[in-house]
Design a protein around this ligand. Structure first.
Ligand code: GLU
Length: 390
């Protein structure tokens, strides 16, 4: 069964980009008669807050994006909050330590920062000098027994051979490993995993078949595929969704108001028009087929030949107009991941106004919706003009 996951970190108000990622997960899962789950990635202990979990759930509910598994839904793949799954990550970390794919590093934060700075000054791409890679087993055991704080790092020198990563949206990635840190940290001194280990373990344990997530994680894909290879696990297929831009070309995530789902809820926008607007941003452009990876190819093992060994033409579906109006069922029906562009796209608020107008007109044909709108309007007027209905 196709199973996707939406895995936000509850570290701030829920963003429009997050809502779009959730929507694409929903559309992709439903299109394939599959399911999706909500997983809360709260391994950043300083920044995570339960208040933001509430905000994510309320936003998804407002938008009508109903996940199949997650808090308040089917519990059979849970727990869905990473801080409740720590034993699992330590189990996988032990596997990596035992097989020599990872090692313990006792360097202090200050030493790590010094080394990183020195290496950068020398013009090196390395970010750590691997000082702890060569500690003897006896010394490691002694320091662990003494309770010395340490992290667990991936051992880049012991990586199994693996192909260049491939992405459903961005295609085959070239030299992708060059941007990775030296021997990335997998477990922190507080015994919490880093995002990388936790997401790989959870995607595997939960049986995720496809990962659709934000472009900001594309650079981590090679590391994730390394982890799958070290653990001899089959990776899911990956697709990264391009970052949303403001009209002036800056990243939407850097914007204050207008970037959070809360703003749209409070201002009374029709959820369906917000979803249409988000769905067709980055979907409305002609897809650049030359670099695409076809669905069905597994990330990391993509090939350009079909079953008969003949090169296959990517299937390109004409993308819909970005102001076309779709119900959720129509969106699901039309959604085709191969029609997603990998270029960053501007979220144009004029289009939302246009879509909202059309959704409201359509809604006014429905007597139940008429009543709901009248009630909403009444509440706004009463708030603005206290005592007006006395
Ligand atoms: N927790 C990550 C975030 O909130 C999502 C990463 C992922 O989907 O793999 O950005």
């Amino acid at each position: 069964m196709t199973l996707l996951r939406f895995a936000p970190s509850p570290t701030g108000s829920f963003h429009l980009g997050g809502l779009r990622t959730a929507l694409f997960n929903h559309l992709y899962a439903r299109k394939r008669s599959g399911k999706w789950l909500l997983r809360l990635e709260d391994t950043d202990r300083e920044r995570s807050h339960p208040m933001y979990i509430g905000n994510i759930r309320e936003s998804l509910e407002w938008a009508g994006l109903n996940y199949d598994y997650g808090p308040g839904a089917d519990q059979s793949l849970g727990p869905y909050t990473q801080s409740e799954r720590l034993d699992l990550y330590l189990k996988y970390s032990s596997k990596l330590l035992n097989s020599g794919h990872a090692y313990r590093c006792f360097c202090s934060k200050d030493r790590m920062a010094d080394v990183r700075e020195k290496l950068a000054r020398l013009g090196s791409n390395e970010t750590y000098d691997k000082a702890c890679l060569h500690l003897t087993d006896e010394e490691v055991a002694r320091r662990v027994k003494a309770g010395e704080k340490h992290v667990v790092r991936l051992n880049n020198e012991r990586l199994p051979k693996r192909p260049e990563p491939a992405d459903i949206v961005f295609g085959q990635l070239k030299d992708a490993h060059l941007s990775l840190p030296t021997d990335p940290i997998l477990v922190k001194t507080d015994l919490f995993p880093t995002y990388h280990l936790a997401s790989v373990v959870d995607d595997h344990e939960m049986g995720i078949t496809h990962v659709l997530r934000g472009e900001e994680w594309l650079t981590s894909l090679p590391l994730h595929l390394d982890l799958y290879a070290c653990l001899s696990l089959k990776p899911p297929q990956f697709g990264h969704i391009p970052i949303l831009l403001n009209a002036d070309g800056t990243k939407m995530s850097k914007r204050g108001t207008g970037a959070f789902v809360n703003d749209y809820m409070r201002e009374g926008w029709e959820p369906s028009s917000v979803l249409n607007w988000l769905a067709l941003t980055g979907w409305g452009a002609q897809h650049d087929a030359s670099s695409s990876v076809q669905e069905g190819q597994v990330a990391g093992v993509a090939s350009n030949t079909g079953a008969a060994g003949k090169p296959q033409e990517p299937v390109v579906q004409q993308a819909p107009d970005s102001t076309a109006i779709f119900t959720m069922d129509e969106l699901i029906n039309q959604f085709d991941v191969s029609a997603l562009t990998h270029r960053r796209t501007v979220l144009d608020s004029k289009k939302l106004e246009y879509l909202n107008h059309h959704f409201l007109m359509r809604a006014l044909d429905d007597p139940r919706k008429q009543k709901a709108l009248a009630d909403e309007l009444g509440a706004i007027v009463r708030e603005a003009l206290p005592g007006c209905d006395e």
